[in-house]
Design a protein. Sequence first.
Length: 96
Amino acid sequence: MRQTYIVTYDVCHPKRLRKVFKTMKGYGEHLQLSVFRCELSHRELVELRARLGTIIHHEEDQVLFVDIGPEEGRGSTSISAVGRVYSPPERRALVV
């Protein structure tokens, strides 16, 4: 089962910040500066946490994971906006 997470980070060094951003792009939708919306299985969550753990400096940087629910339940409707309307990404099959 896939869960929806809001992942946000505060990374002090520009080089580590770029690495975290590049890593996050592979796992979710970039919403704002250091905020991503990710739909992850348990395995993907563990993998992402491990990858980020090798990038950040644990005494200076912080990554927060907010579980907002199952992908097809609350997770798809729990984000609201003031200003520009938020619309969830359209899911399409990708044939390689």
